[in-house]
Write a protein that binds this ligand. Structure first.
Ligand SMILES: C[S@@+](CC[C@H](N)C(=O)[O-])C[C@H]1O[C@@H](n2cnc3c(N)ncnc32)[C@H](O)[C@@H]1O
Length: 310
């Protein structure tokens, strides 16, 4: 299968990273390697660490970055292990980090991966196909309360309880193993005239299950905070998010990193030792232009936030 992914806010990311041609960069979410290629084209003696949980992304990048591989170090891991991996490689500080969170188009489009509610497929949704927990285990193994909780928290789904109840009822008849059966159960929880009012009715539950399966929000705040401290002074980190839960976490981590002294103002001297670590470059997140949206609908919910180490 051809690996086709249009990089979101490509120019904004590459310009936003303010690339030092001799620097060390990290693309934590390699995907189709579009952003990676952009970074590599600006490097002379610099290096790029290309990381992804998905072996398919790494194998594809080995082909599409063929002429630039001498500058690339591949890592097949969770980006949340980046600080540890930098230590393992003996790299103290880097010049820039890019994170383009979420799923790539080939992951959504590949019917075998089970990410999409619009294609019949086995319920899977794992970014790392070597991982044990998949969507089938969540849908058939979690209690009704646990399901309702993740649908509400990760999908902001208003009918979370009703959908969880329907899933439990249905799985008692027969295990739910496919995306289309799950989508159909969700669809029937909505009154007919209302079903497609806010996009596909299964959209929010599928997002929630994907977040749960891949632990997307777990440890994200701490990771963003800690990895930013591994930037050299003047180094930048750019993060693209695709839903409000993720964006809120990134935004809050950036705000915390930017804060200087958080002592009670009535204290005569600072006792907290908190110092400003970064400057926020994007006071408001950047979003895709109309022109980009005309070519790539998947950029619709994207938000790009950039910080610079001080
Ligand atoms: C939106 S795509 C990146 C697209 C890429 N920027 C490009 O230009 O083609 C997101 C990628 O991040 C990967 N990914 C998601 N969560 C990850 C994690 N926790 N650790 C490592 N990779 C992850 C996915 O496997 C996917 O390939």
């Amino acid at each position: 299968m051809e690996f086709k992914h249009i990089s979101v806010m490509y120019n904004e990311c590459i310009e936003g990273l303010n690339i030092n041609p001799e620097g060390i960069y990290v693309d934590g979410t390699l995907g189709g390697a579009g952003h990676s290629r952009g970074i590599l084209e600006r490097l002379t003696s610099g290096k790029l660490i290309c990381n992804d949980l998905d072996t398919m992304a790494i194998e594809n990048a080995k082909k599409v970055l063929g002429d630039k591989l001498d500058k690339v170090i591949f890592l097949h891991d969770d980006y949340k292990n980046l600080v540890y991996n930098l230590d393992q490689m003996g790299i103290d500080k880097v010049d820039g980090i890019l994170l383009d969170l979420g799923v790539s188009s080939p992951q959504i489009d590949d019917p075998n991966r089970g990410f999409s509610y619009s294609k019949p497929a086995p319920l899977d949704m794992r970014m790392d196909t070597e991982q044990e927990l998949d969507a089938k285990a969540v849908i058939n193994g979690y209690s009704e309360e646990e399901l309702a909780k993740i649908f509400f928290e990760y999908g902001e789904e208003k009918l979370s309880r009703k959908i969880a109840r329907a899933i439990v009822r249905e799985r008692e008849k027969e295990e739910i193993t496919t995306t289309d059966r799950l989508a159909n159960i969700i669809e029937r929880c909505y009154p007919q005239g209302y079903r497609f009012k806010h996009g596909h009715p299964a959209k929010r539950v599928f997002q929630a299950v994907r977040i749960e399966v891949n632990g997307e929000l777990e440890g994200l705040y701490d990771f963003i905070y800690n990895v930013a401290l591994r930037l050299k002074v003047g180094g930048r980190m750019a993060v693209i998010t695709f839903h409000s839960l993720e964006d809120r976490i990134v935004k809050n981590a950036f705000i915390e990193l930017e804060k200087d002294c958080i002592c009670d103002k009535r204290l005569p001297v600072c006792v907290c030792n908190k110092r400003q670590e970064v400057k926020i470059i994007t006071k408001k997140p950047l979003v895709a232009t109309e022109e980009e949206l005309a070519n790539n609908k998947r950029a619709e919910s994207a938000k790009l936030r950039i910080i610079e180490r001080v």
